[in-house]
Design a protein around this ligand. Structure first.
Ligand code: V4E
Length: 239
């Protein structure tokens, strides 16, 4: 299986973690999944730990002020999430690390609004209104001219191998794109290098030998359906 990409995300991907004040680090590597992937997982003794379906809706303003800063605001399962680039940490010079990108994932609505406000000014004078908003109240979007630019549904199957800590997700997007992800969540200040090594070992077990970056669902979606937006992100070296 040629062609894969790794990413590091500062993240709290599970809703269960929403109450925690600390931020965790999510290390992620995409890979091409084909008809043999499930067979390989089976042969390796991988355990299916769940299947889910979710709708992702991504938001930006007409100038693409968020995505041109590599900030990805989305609504998934009724909850807001913001991914933004994280600073590089030391000791990540390996080949696996060279394939990584780093993002913080913020899931607290107020924190998301503060981050968005740093980039897009509020057209409304009443700034207090924002502090009162909820996941249901979407007036903060219009105050910043934010609208949905991409929407797709994913069916995700998740697997674990015996060596703990690496989640393997096989995603099938409703616009006909399949992609796999190897993911390790590291607590804030945790050992990123160890996570990268775990992912590398899992990648080797799966036979992922290539070192080409594999495109994510959004990249393919924009390329197909919003080529102008895609071209801007490409020339800004975001994608
Ligand atoms: C960060 C990002 C985007 C937002 C979507 O991120 P992604 O991890 O692809 O979402 P998903 O649903 O597959 O995973 P989950 O969040 O459920 O773990 S869209 C583009 N980016 C940037 C980006 C990049 N520059 N390079 C690679 C390989 N991936 C993403």
């Amino acid at each position: 299986m040629e062609g894969q990409a790794s990413r590091v995300f500062l993240a709290t991907p599970s809703r269960v973690k929403e109450g925690l004040s600390g931020m965790s680090l999510e290390v992620e590597r995409k890979f091409i999944c084909d008809a043999d992937t499930l067979k390989t997982l089976e042969e390796l003794g991988a355990v299916c730990v769940g299947q889910q379906q979710f709708l992702d809706q991504y938001f930006d303003n007409p100038q693409f002020d968020l995505t041109l800063r590599d900030m990805w605001l989305r609504k998934r399962k009724g909850c807001w999430e913001l991914k933004c680039p994280a600073e590089e940490t030391s000791g990540e010079q390996s080949r696996a690390a060279a394939l990584c990108t780093r993002y913080k994932e913020i899931i607290t609505l107020h924190e998301i609004q503060l981050r968005v406000a740093e980039v897009i000014p509020d057209v409304c004078e009443d700034r207090d209104a924002e502090t009162a908003s909820s996941h249901q109240d979407e007036s903060w979007l219009s105050r910043r001219n934010l609208a949905c630019f991409a929407e797709f549904t994913t069916v995700r199957q998740s697997f674990n191998l015996e060596e703990g800590g690496v989640q393997i997700d096989l995603d099938q997007a409703d616009f006909g794109y399949h992609v796999g992800e190897l993911e390790v969540v590291v607590p804030e200040g945790g050992d990123v290098q160890a996570a990268l090594e775990k992912i590398e070992r899992t990648a080797q077990k799966l036979g992922l030998t290539g070192d080409q970056r594999v495109e994510g669902k959004m990249t393919i979606f924009l390329k197909r359906y919003h080529p102008e937006h895609y071209a801007k992100l490409l020339s800004a070296h975001i994608l």
